[in-house]
Design a binder for this molecule. Structure first.
Ligand SMILES: CCCCCCCC/C=C\CC(=O)SCCNC(=O)CCNC(=O)[C@H](O)C(C)(C)COP(=O)(O)OP(=O)(O)OC[C@H]1O[C@@H](n2cnc3c(N)ncnc32)[C@H](O)[C@@H]1OP(=O)(O)O
Length: 243
C-alpha cells in the first residue's frame, strides 16, 4: 500500500476511511498474506493525524474522526497479514503509530527523517493505546522518556532505540522490505498468526473494551478551548516555519 495524499499524507477522516477499507479488502483476500506500507510522497511517510480535523469542528465530527482513527489501528495492529512498514520519510505522531503497528519497520537511513510520538509537543496527550503500542516495541523506559518529551528521533537514533528495526539506503528500501516479507512469509501462517495474536491481544482488547469511553474522552479533551488554542498555535507555527 502506498500512501499518496500530498502534501504530507496527513491522516484525514477520508484518508483513514480509505486506508481501513483497503486493509479490510486485503485481509479478506485469501491470496494476500502480507502488506508493505510505504509512501508515494517524497520525504514524508505520514505527518500524523490531520490537525484540521481536530480544530473548530463539531462534537459529532470529532466522534466520527476518532472512531476512524481507532478503526484504522484495530485493523492494522490486529491484522493477520504480515505487515512491514517501509518508512521512506518523516513519520511523526499518527504516522509513527502506523509504523509501530506493523510487524517490522525499515527506515531510509536519512538523518533528516524523524519518527516518534511527539503529541506532548502539541500540548496533547497520546492515548493509552498509542502508548501501549509504543511500549510493546521499545519497552517501558524508552517509551516513557520519549512520550514525556514528545521526542522526534532522527532515523539513526530511532534505530538505536529499537523504534525501527533497521536502516537502509533509500534506494534499497523496497528491495529490503520485499526480502523481509519473504522471510516472514516462509513460515506457516497459522503458527505466526496465533503467535501475533498472543502477543497483541491484551492491548487490542483493552481498546475494544473501552472504545466508547475513549471516544468520549477524546471529544471532551479536544473540545477544550485550551487544547483548541494549542492546536491552532501549532498549525500557525507550521505555516510560519514554511515562510
Ligand atoms: C483522552 C484522549 C486524548 C486524545 C488526544 C489526541 C491524541 C492525538 C493523537 C495523535 C496526534 C497527531 O497525530 S497530531 C499530528 C502531529 N503531526 C505533527 O506534529 C507533524 C506536523 N508537520 C510537520 O512537522 C511537517 O509538516 C512535516 C515534517 C511532516 C513536513 O514538513 P514539510 O516542510 O515538508 O511540509 P510543511 O510543514 O510545509 O507542510 C505542508 C502543509 O501541510 C500542512 N500540515 C503538515 N502536517 C499537518 C498535519 N498533521 N495536519 C494538517 N496539516 C498539516 C502544513 O501546515 C502545510 O500546510 P500549508 O501548505 O497550507 O501551509
Amino acid at each position: 500500500m502506498k500512501f499518496k495524499s500530498p502534501p504530507v499524507n496527513s491522516l484525514s477522516l477520508e484518508f483513514l476511511t480509505e486506508f481501513s477499507i483497503g486493509l479490510e479488502k486485503l485481509e479478506n483476500n485469501r491470496a494476500c498474506r502480507g502488506v508493505i506500507i510505504t509512501s508515494a510522497v517524497p520525504k514524508i511517510f505520514s505527518s500524523g493525524l490531520d490537525i484540521t480535523e481536530m480544530c473548530g469542528k463539531s462534537v459529532e465530527h470529532y466522534g466520527e474522526f476518532w472512531r476512524a482513527v481507532q478503526e484504522m489501528w484495530l485493523r492494522l495492529y490486529g491484522s493477520n497479514m504480515v505487515t512491514v512498514a517501509a518508512v521512506n520519510g518523516s513519520s511523526p505522531a499518527g504516522g509513527c503509530l502506523i509504523a509501530l503497528s506493523c510487524d517490522y519497520r525499515i527506515m531510509a537511513e536519512n538523518p533528516k527523517f524523524s519518527i516518534g510520538l511527539n503529541e506532548a509537543q502539541l500540548g496533547i496527550v497520546a492515548p493509552f493505546w498509542f502508548k501501549d503500542t509504543f511500549v510493546n516495541v521499545v519497552g517501558h523506559r524508552i517509551a516513557e522518556r520519549s512520550l514525556q518529551l514528545g521526542s522526534l528521533h532522527p532515523a539513526p537514533e530511532a534505530q538505536r532505540l529499537g523504534l525501527v528495526d533497521e536502516l537502509v539506503p533509500e534506494e534499497k528500501l523496497m528491495e529490503k522490505a520485499a526480502a523481509v516479507m519473504a522471510q516472514w512469509l516462509a513460515l506457516p501462517d497459522h503458527a505466526r498468526q496465533l503467535t501475533k495474536t498472543m502477543m497483541r491481544k491484551a492491548v487490542l482488547d483493552r481498546l475494544v473494551a473501552h472504545r466508547e469511553e475513549d471516544i468520549k474522552n477524546f471529544i471532551t479533551f479536544v473540545s477544550k478551548e485550551s487544547i483548541q488554542k494549542s492546536l491552532r498555535m501549532y498549525m500557525e507555527m507550521l505555516k510560519k516555519r514554511k515562510s
